[in-house]
Ligand binder design. Sequence first.
Ligand code: GLN
Length: 198
Amino acid sequence: MAGRRPRVGVLALQGDVREHVRVLSELGADVELIRRPAELAAVEGLVIPGGESSVIDKLSRAFGMQQPLRDAIAAGMPVYGTCAGLILLADRIADGIRDQQTFGGLDVLVRRNAFGSQLDSFETDLDVPVLGEPPVHAVFIRAPLVQEVGEGVEPLARLADGRVVAVRREQLLGTSFHPEVTGEHRFHSLFLDTVRAA
Ligand code: GLN
């Protein structure tokens, strides 16, 4: 249906939830905060925010959300993860805390805090061919890196040295950085296109 408002959620266990709600609302989506399985069942797509992936992991288990999230991803729900959200979408992680788990879905290996303590946070402009011009001004905050990309996973953006910082596979999208804090709306638009098409 052309013009219909997609009904999407932002996983609201921890992290920069409000920034995503603002961007998605500005793009014309109906946005719900998601903390419970019934709330997840009522949306057509989900954003997993940045924050601390180990905390979001623990809270999702405490709230009975891990399995519903895994089921929703397996059933084809469009999901966009930024930073910690990308870590939670990865099938495999490096440098997680003890017993850190993910929801998975993306056949990638993601390394947490990949830039170390010397380079905690930085900003750079990224070419993202799928988004066209202008380049994306990307903010990295204790960011992860995609170290291995499985078959069928499309790298969408790389740092100047070739390291992968954005990926997509079918209805799943992940970025190491935070478009929601810089007024960059195109990744969220791409996510909403996937929701409308699903
Ligand atoms: N370092 C955080 C983690 O491991 C991610 C940081 C972020 O989301 N900005 O989850």
